[in-house]
Structures are given as structure tokens and as C-alpha cells.
Write a protein that binds this ligand. Sequence first.
Ligand code: ADP
Ligand code: 5GP
Length: 234
Amino acid sequence: MSGVYIISAPSGSGKSTLVDRVRQIVPSLKFSISYTTRAHRGDEQNGREYFFVSRAEFEEMIRKDEFLEYANVFGNYYGTARRFLREAEEEGKDLLLDIDVQGAAQIKAKIPDAVSIFVLPPNRQELEKRLRTRSLDAEEVIQRRLVTASREIEKYDKYDYILVNDRLEESIDALKSILLAERRKRSGAQAQGQRSADETNLMAKAERCRLSNVRERLQPILASFEKTAAPGGR
Ligand code: ADP
Ligand code: 5GP
């Protein structure tokens, strides 16, 4: 049975950057390419970032029960096809899903063993800066994404791990550690006394991102977003 890893984040936090890098260094990881009804952005290619389909095609897939989960995000459908989990199992790989908080809840309900990771920016100001630096969205879209981010961030405590994406190289290392530590646990990790130094180090790095171990660090991050959610705030 494949391990399932869910990664969610407010748009602009750096999730795609992290996922792209981690896919290159963690072996036997299959990435689920979602279906979406949203338009192409930048140099995205059909079948690489997403399968771009019409609303009618997406709704036909819903009718045929082809989705493991799907949701409406920013007014468009996004969904994970069941076939990716089937293929991951046939290939003996773990499956990595880059999906939103609604999709994550659906997967957790269906696959309780799925491991969920929430990526956060260091604060709201930095998120806004990253959204602008990426320069893929119009100003109005950026503002909408910031408001949505404040709502999504409230769901952080539904996740197993929290990754504050401050320094990129450290975040890549932390994400790699979480995936590998969880994989080892699934395959019946060695008793603590028998672990190699590398393994102990890996487990410790992953453990530092456990929800219970980051609550205090999250307070100023969450506070920076509360202002956005407040009436009259941007
Ligand atoms: P997401 O997939 O979460 O929407 P992206 O991966 O597109 O976000 O990243 C948004 C922008 O932030 C990109 O320009 C990316 O290069 C930049 N970025 C990602 N991680 C970091 C980081 N740790 N520090 C600074 N900039 C980052
Ligand atoms: P974007 O349009 O920026 O690529 O993605 C917008 C949001 O949709 C992100 O939060 C992303 O994680 C989410 N998303 C992408 N694919 C899926 C999917 O298959 N299912 C769900 N529920 N969300 C998805």
C-alpha cells in the first residue's frame, strides 16, 4: 500500500518550489497531477502542472466517480484522479498530493493514514512580497489570494506537520526529512537504540515540524494574518 502525503499552503508560500525540489531528491515518489478547469498560467503545460479541462469534462469525470477528491478553489474545479493512487501502488511508489485544505480534509477522511503537511510563509508581508515577485497574477488576484490565505491558515491545526518556509534550503531539508521519516515509520522503523546517527537526525528534523512542536512559533505568523481577516482590513 502506497504512503499518501498531502501538502497544502496558501498560494505564494512556496509550495510548488518546495515540491519541485523535493521530487528531485526523494526517490520513489509519484506526484499526482490534478485536473483543473482554470486557465493556463505562465508557461504551464497540459499534463505537466495540471490537466486542463473544460467544466463539462470535469463534471463528466465527477459523474463517473473518477476523483479521489475534488473542490472548488478560487471559482474553479480542481481534483485528484483516483488513477494516480492506483498507479502509485502498481509502481510501488508513495503518492504526493498538492491540494487545498478542502481536498486535504476529504483525503484524510478516506485515507486516515495519509500524512498532511501545511506550508506557511514567515508572515503576511513576506507572502505578499512573494506573490508580487512571482508576478503571475493581477493586483486584484493577489489581494484575493491574501484574503483567502487568512482563511486557509486558520485550518493549520488539521495538519500533522507545519513547515514555515523561511529559508528555502532549510525548508527543502525539513520536507525531505518528513517524507523519509514517515516512510521509515511505515516500513517498520528500527527501534530507537538501533537507529543510525543519520536516521536519528532525520527523525529529529521531522519531529521539529510536528504540529505540537511548532505551536508557539506560529503565534506571530497567525497574528500577522489576523489583520487581513478583520473587517475593514485588506
Ligand atoms: P506556491 O506554489 O505556494 O503558490 P511558489 O512556489 O510559486 O508558491 O512561490 C512563490 C514565490 O516565492 C516564487 O517566486 C518563489 O521563487 C518564491 N519563494 C519560494 N520559497 C521561497 C523562500 N523560502 N524564500 C523566498 N522566496 C521564496
Ligand atoms: P493554483 O491555481 O495556484 O495552481 O492552485 C490553487 C489551489 O488549488 C492551491 O491551493 C492548490 O493546492 C489547489 N489544488 C491544486 N490541485 C488540487 C486538487 O486536485 N484538489 C484540490 N482540492 N485542490 C487542488
